[in-house]
Every structure is written in structure tokens, then in C-alpha cells.
Design a protein around this ligand. Structure first.
Ligand code: PMP
Length: 287
């Protein structure tokens, strides 16, 4: 449970943490965010996450609310005040508050910053990963700049809800050419019969996942071949293994896609190896 929330320079009690009614994040989803894993009270891959946050801000022309060093400080303080040792920290930056207007406000407007830290039950993801999860495919109906990590998440929310009702924990979106883009809140991967890892190339249709980048490092260290290219649903169903990556799941085996079982229908050796090596390769930093 989050007890203390950082809002615009102050640490507020959860029930009292609030933003302005005319915040542009609230009215226009004019905001970006990051989710960073907290492990042993330390941050996993903070450098990459903060670099992506800065890129998202710059793509939208939202000024940086503070330096990386200051941001790391308030992130660390929020983690400590919530006594989170294992869990996640959520950082959201909006363009700020002002009278509702589609025209962008003057750059002097101060961005809104919210930071939450939340404990996650130990072993929660590990238990899921022992069995693996099912995913369901759906048409990718999101906007054309999925490379920016905005809070405009309604298509993902609705798709995930529909998938849950059919017993799947994640959605894999499919583009108009029949290729899988990514998950609703994760990147999608397969392992071919030759043992090659395949994940879609970085472009405006997917988020450049930080876990995806680190898993690429893990694969390199394990001398596994990685191909960044589109893959179809048919190729995924015939794959030897499949998995997804995200900061909250790290590496999660996918054992069924649209009801078709993948490989032997249980987590395979490649995904298990990548999962077990992940935190040995990721950057773990104190804050
Ligand atoms: N794609 C989407 C659409 C996501 O929302 C996420 C999680 N935020 C990811 C991929 C995975 O990114 P990361 O590894 O940085 O958590």
C-alpha cells in the first residue's frame, strides 16, 4: 500500500495527495510516465528509465521538471518513506495545469510531477512465471506514436480487460499487416526452432521497453542470437518458446496464444535462463 505520495515538491499522505482539476494530464492525457522495479530498496535499470523519460518529455515538448539527480533523490525518498524494498516506483510528469485549451500553454507553465512507490508481494511474479501465462491477440487500435510512454492507455486498459475475461493475462496487439507489435503493457518475444530470439524492431509502433533492452544484453552474454523484425501470429504459434518483458514482470513465459499451446505448453529452457540471469545483468543502483 502506498502511504506517501510525492506531488510537486511535497510528500503528501495518500488520501490527501491531489493535483489540480485542470491538470492537462487529467484533461488531455498530456503526460508521460515511467515504472521502475525496486529490488532490495534499489532501482533496476534507472539510467535507461530516466533516459526514456527524458526522451518522452522532449518528444512532447514538455520541459524537464528537474535534473536527473534531483529526480533520483525524490524517487529514493519516496521509496524510503513508503518502506518499499521490493516493488515498483511510478513516476508521472504532466505538462501542468491551466484553463482547458487544445493550444499548448506557454512554456513557463510548471510540469506536474507525481511519484508513487508500492510494495509488491514477494514471489508474486515468480509464482506466475513457474507456470507461464496465456495471452490473447487483438487488433492494435492505438495511436501512431507508441514509442512515447504517454498515459494515454485506454486502448490497453480495455484490451487487457477483455483478455482477462477470457482467461488471458496479457494482450498481444496485431497490426494491419498481421504482425504482432507488442503487449498492452509489455514487449513480445518468440524463440524460433533454431533457438533465435525474435522481437519487433524499434519504431513508432512499439514502446522501446527497458526490460527488452536489458534482455537483449542478457541474450548477448548468453551467446543467443537476437533478430529484431516483425513476426506473425502464425510464426508465434509455431515458435518453440514465447515470452514477454516488462519492468513489473521482467521475463514472463507465455505458454498459450489464443488458446494454442506454445512449444510443450510450459516454460522452456531459454526463457527460464533469461529470467534467472536478468538481475545479474541489469543495472542495480542505490538511490
Ligand atoms: N510496451 C508497452 C506498451 C508498455 O506499456 C510497457 C510497460 N510499460 C512495455 C512495453 C515494457 O516496457 P518496460 O520494459 O520498460 O517496462
Amino acid at each position: 500500500m502506498t502511504r506517501i505520495v510525492y506531488v510537486n515538491g511535497a510528500y503528501k499522505r495518500y488520501a490527501e495527495a491531489a493535483i489540480h482539476a485542470e491538470d492537462r494530464g487529467f484533461q488531455f492525457a498530456d503526460a508521460v510516465y515511467e515504472v521502475i522495479e525496486v529490488l532490495g530498496g534499489r532501482l533496476v535499470d534507472a539510467t535507461r528509465h530516466l533516459a526514456r523519460l527524458n526522451r518522452s518529455l522532449s518528444e512532447l515538448g514538455i520541459p524537464r521538471p528537474m535534473s536527473d539527480q534531483a529526480l533520483q533523490h525524490v524517487i529514493g525518498e519516496t521509496i524510503r518513506r513508503n518502506r518499499v524494498t521490493g516493488g515498483i516506483v511510478y513516476i508521472q510528469v504532466t505538462r501542468g495545469a491551466g484553463p482547458r485549451d487544445f493550444t499548448l500553454p506557454a512554456p513557463e507553465i510548471l510540469p506536474t510531477v507525481v511519484i508513487l512507490a508500492r510494495s509488491q508481494r514477494r514471489g508474486w511474479a515468480a509464482t506466475l512465471a513457474e507456470k507461464g501465462i496465456a495471452v490473447k491477440t487483438m487488433p492494435d487500435n492505438r495511436w501512431g506514436r507508441c514509442d512515447i510512454k504517454t498515459v494515454m492507455l485506454l486502448p490497453a486498459v480495455l484490451a487487457k480487460d477483455a483478455a482477462r475475461r477470457e482467461g488471458a493475462r496479457e494482450v498481444w496487439f496485431i497490426d494491419s499487416s498481421g504482425a504482432i507489435t507488442e503487449g498492452a503493457s509489455s514487449n513480445a518475444w518468440i524463440v524460433t526452432a533454431q533457438g533465435t530470439l525474435v522481437t519487433r524492431q524499434l519504431d513508432s509502433h512499439i514502446l522501446p521497453g527497458i526490460t527488452r533492452a536489458t534482455v537483449t544484453d542478457v541474450a548477448r552474454a548468453e551467446r543467443l542470437k537476437v533478430e529484431e523484425r516483425p513476426f506473425t501470429l502464425d510464426e508465434a504459434i509455431k515458435a518453440r518458446e514465447a515470452f514477454l518483458t516488462s519492468a513489473t514482470n521482467t521475463v514472463m513465459p507465455v505458454i498459450a496464444i489464443d488458446g494454442h499451446s506454445i512449444g510443450e505448453g510450459r516454460p522452456g529452457p531459454v526463457v527460464q535462463r533469461l529470467r534467472s540471469r536478468f538481475h545479474h545483468v541489469a543495472e542495480i543502483s542505490t538511490v
